[in-house]
Design a protein around this ligand. Structure first.
Ligand SMILES: Cc1cc2nc3c(=O)[nH]c(=O)nc-3n(C[C@H](O)[C@H](O)[C@H](O)COP(=O)(O)O)c2cc1C
Length: 223
């Protein structure tokens, strides 16, 4: 698989089969992703992979937190700016609407939409969850490099025929997740990722998101 092919075929998968993924496969993916570049070669990432009981422990901890304090926000930062502006606002709206339209969930059906959102906290059925953490003393710069590492993980998984969904849905529960992971040291959980075999029959996995054309985000000068 070429890098371009992997870039174009990777999607956020939101329904997985329960087919297990071995520790060796995950280790190979992470061992490839470690070649991600990072400023000063700091490699400011830490990743915790969970399956089986450990996966369930995270699910249970967050489910308990949600039942007691559904709006309790443990994130170190607001996941989005308080009020999004154009064109970002429309893009965010559109991806949600496109996804719910595919699944036939109308706008008024807030219950169905919430239930769907809650699927995040089951890793969308994926047998493996990855959590990406960073030393809390790092700056914005290193957070960007953690993101680059995450994308490398997603692409390496793609090459192996595995599917992923990055999940900032866990971010507001970062402390609860960190405790369930028994994460020690000055680390904070930034984001999760569901990983497994895609359920290719699931409607939600038919979603193909749009992208702004090149001339909207790229400038060329002096060519
Ligand atoms: C850092 C990050 C966090 C994300 N968190 C979630 C999430 O919590 N739940 C979810 O369903 N999708 C999540 N997404 C998926 C985005 O909605 C998706 O990447 C975007 O709509 C583009 O679609 P694509 O990934 O299928 O190309 C996340 C993506 C990124 C990069």
């Amino acid at each position: 698989m070429t890098v371009t092919k992997a870039l174009k075929s990777r999607i956020s998968t939101r329904a997985f089969l329960d087919t297990p993924v071995s520790k060796d496969e995950i280790a190979e993916i992470l061992d490839a992703a470690k070649f991600a570049a990072s400023g000063g070669n700091l490699q400011p990432w830490k990743v915790i992979a969970v399956a089986g009981d450990a996966r369930q422990r995270v699910i249970d901890a967050v489910s308990e937190k949600l039942s007691k304090d559904p709006f309790g926000n443990e994130a170190e930062f607001p996941v989005y700016p308080e009020k999004l502006w154009e064109p970002y606002r429309s893009r965010r709206y559109e991806v949600g609407e496109d996804m719910y339209a595919l699944m036939g969930v109308p706008r008024e059906d807030k219950g169905a939409r919430l239930n769907w959102l809650m699927q995040n906290y089951q890793f969308f059925g994926a047998p493996v969850g990855l959590f990406f953490a960073i030393d809390e003393r790092m700056n914005k710069n290193q957070w960007a490099h953690l993101g680059m590492f995450m994308m490398c993980v997603a692409l390496a998984a793609e090459e192996k025929g595995l599917a992923t969904c990055m999940q900032e849905a866990w971010t507001p529960h970062a402390k609860t997740v960190g405790d369930a992971l028994k994460l020690e040291g000055p680390y904070i959980v930034y984001c999760g990722m569901a990983l497994g075999h895609a359920d290719k029959t699931a409607k939600v996995n038919q979603l193909r998101t749009k992208r702004a054309p090149l001339d909207e985000f790229a400038a060329f000068d002096g060519f």
